[in-house]
Design a protein around this ligand. Structure first.
Ligand code: AP5
Length: 221
């Protein structure tokens, strides 16, 4: 089964994806992580993507679809994959449908996380990530004595360049204009599981797992 996690910036897609992918034993594919890695390594399209990402704008569809096509063709995706941050436009959703059909897979289960804007701003302004073990955390969760150190592996925590206030505003606008229409698109296709993304990480994880379980039970075979 292939799963798409849909939601605005800061909705908790990455946080939930890490847990769900481990639980379902399928790969977690984050287009944001792949693009950030390419930018850090200075590859040709990483260099093109970096200024767009830092400004909070979407990277062109053809770049992102190419990345996902290559990744889905790898053997570990045969049993399914968890897509975090893709698709983000109607054109990307169409391309994903074609890619999955070409691999003999059913259309994806789409889990959409809804979180109020004020809470999104709170989460993004305090987010910290670990470059070594990929932990995503928040300053409110970190001890006062060592707020810059990863509590899991001890590496120095980083703040994402696109979590600056101006970039966050642009990302929320891009989401509203280009990505939110996917809720209607997947709802019309009968593929959407809409859940409340507010509350503790554990309570949201329970809702996500229940939504995936009910979608799985509703599928033939
Ligand atoms: P991407 O990396 O995908 O960023 P995003 O979609 O903006 O989402 P975020 O990673 O900011 O948030 P999230 O929902 O994963 O939340 P998280 O779990 O981190 O994309 C970055 C950029 O890459 C894009 O702007 C674009 O330029 C480009 N890009 C990527 N994919 C693309 C595509 N398909 N097409 C075109 N361009 C693309 O949580 C956030 C914070 O909240 C953390 O601090 C976390 O600890 C905290 N938190 C999480 N859950 C909870 C909870 N339940 N309660 C309290 N706090 C919580």
């Amino acid at each position: 089964m292939d799963i798409v996690l849909l939601g605005p910036p800061g909705a908790g897609k990455g946080t939930q994806a890490e847990r769900l992918a481990e639980h379902l034993e399928i790969p977690h594919i984050s287009t944001g992580d792949i693009l950030r890695d390419a930018a850090a390594r200075g590859t040709q399209w990483g260099q093109k993507a970096k200024p767009l990402m830092d400004a909070g704008k979407l990277v062109p569809d053809e770049v992102v679809v190419g990345i996902v096509a290559d990744r889905l063709a790898e053997p570990d995706c045969q049993r399914g994959a968890l897509l975090d941050g893709f698709p983000r436009t109607i054109a990307q959703a169409g391309a994903l449908g074609e890619l999955l059909a070409a691999c003999g897979h059913a259309p994806p289960v789409v889990v959409s996380l809804a979180v109020p804007d004020e809470e999104l701003m709170r989460r993004l302004s305090g987010r910290r990530s670990c470059p070594r073990c990929q932990l995503i955390t928040h300053v409110d969760e970190l001890p006062d004595a060592s707020p810059a150190v990863c509590p899991r592996c001890g590496a120095g925590l980083e703040r994402r360049d696109d979590d600056a206030p101006e970039a966050v505003r642009r990302r929320l606008d891009e989401y509203a204009e280009k990505t939110r229409p996917l809720i209607q698109y997947y709802g019309d296709a009968g593929l959407l599981q809409a859940i409340d993304g507010n509350g503790s990480v554990d309570s949201v994880a329970q809702r996500v797992a229940a939504a995936v379980g009910s979608a799985r039970n509703a599928r033939p075979g």
